[in-house]
Write a new protein. Structure first.
Length: 333
């Protein structure tokens, strides 16, 4: 790759080397190369053949030197993305913004992380839909040597989620879970994506083994004018929305804490879901919680909602809405 010169440069690296190695006078060199004597004098004493660094010598920043060291070390150790670093440190460094964080990383050669050769290939982006495209999955958890199953539903667009814990995973439970999802979600559901499990479909059965009637899960979808879509067999990443949420949910519950009874786990899951849906800022939503995203959608398209979203705030919040005493029990049973 050749040298990149300043746009107004009158000399090349070869000319600069010849000037530095020549024993002729400044005037003779200036005449030979058709240069200003000041330019010849500059390169005679430069000691280099490359252009100097442009820009200010002392860079001013709202971040202190100690704060910049903390940011750089955190980036090196964690290997977080720019947005994840910003989320992790914005409460610790009050003057931190996404812009000065990017400039700090760029100055220190950390704006681009090295490419991981073992990283999975880039996936195509989802097709754009309105809210109401729900991903559903079942994941196994263990409590005191007992096996249980988490039924999870999450909206692809607004990330609003609903979870139930059961001791079995049958088609009947899956259908009842779907009915509860339809009741709990404040907006209309137009599509559902599941895997090819027997709880959701007969698609993996041989044709001569399939019952003549439709699968009960498909019947519930038809009753509510919902399109039921299936992932490609052995391609779990196509249902990645709910797969990632499963990992997050288990990381904050069964992977970290011990529970003696199912009721203890249910109470903790309920607390996590209230925090997630109403308070947790998500990068995919530009750092607002799922319910705040629902409010934005309600302003844009109130016709796709079942009720006024301003009447559905739970617990302590900044909106100062007076709630009835039995509000939580009515919604969450």
């Amino acid at each position: 790759m050749g040298n990149i010169y300043h746009a107004n440069a009158k000399t090349t690296a070869k000319i600069r080397t010849e000037i530095q190695n020549s024993q002729e006078s400044i005037a003779r060199l200036a005449d030979r190369y058709s240069l200003n004597p000041k330019t010849v004098h500059k390169w005679k004493r430069a000691g280099r053949q490359t252009d100097g660094v442009m820009g200010p010598k002392n860079i001013r920043s709202s971040l202190s030197a100690a704060e910049q060291k903390i940011i750089c070390e955190f980036r090196r150790v964690s290997k977080f993305s720019l947005d994840d670093v910003y989320l992790a440190l914005r409460d610790k460094i009050p003057s931190l913004t996404r812009s000065n964080l990017h400039r700090c990383l760029k100055r220190n050669g950390l704006s681009v992380l090295p490419v991981d050769e073992n990283a999975p290939r880039t996936r195509r982006k989802f097709k754009k839909y309105d809210i109401g495209y729900v991903h559903i999955d079942i994941t196994e958890v263990r409590i005191a040597a007992r096996k249980c199953y988490l039924f999870v539903a999450i909206d692809r667009i607004c990330k609003y989620a609903y979870v139930e814990l059961h001791e079995q995973m049958t088609a009947a439970i899956a259908c009842e879970f779907l009915r509860n999802v339809i009741k709990d979600f404040p907006h209309k559901i137009h599509r559902i994506l599941t895997d090819n499990g027997a709880q959701f479909t007969y698609a993996l059965l041989a044709e001569h083994l399939r019952p003549q009637r439709n699968h009960p899960f498909d019947v519930v979808c038809s009753e509510n004018t919902i399109i039921h879509k299936l992932t490609k067999f052995r391609h779990p990443w196509t249902n990645g929305q709910v797969e990632v949420f499963n990992k997050t949910l288990k990381k904050h519950t069964t992977k970290t804490y011990y529970y003696e009874t199912i009721e203890e786990l249910k109470r903790h899951i309920m607390a996590f879901m209230l925090l997630y849906n109403f308070q947790k800022p998500l990068k995919a939503l530009k750092f607002i919680p799922p319910y705040a995203s629902l409010i934005e959608w309600f302003k844009l398209k109130p016709q796709i909602f079942n009720k006024n979203q301003y009447h559905n705030f739970v617990g302590l919040n900044i909106y100062s809405i007076v709630l009835p005493n039995n509000f939580t029990s009515e919604i969450f049973g």
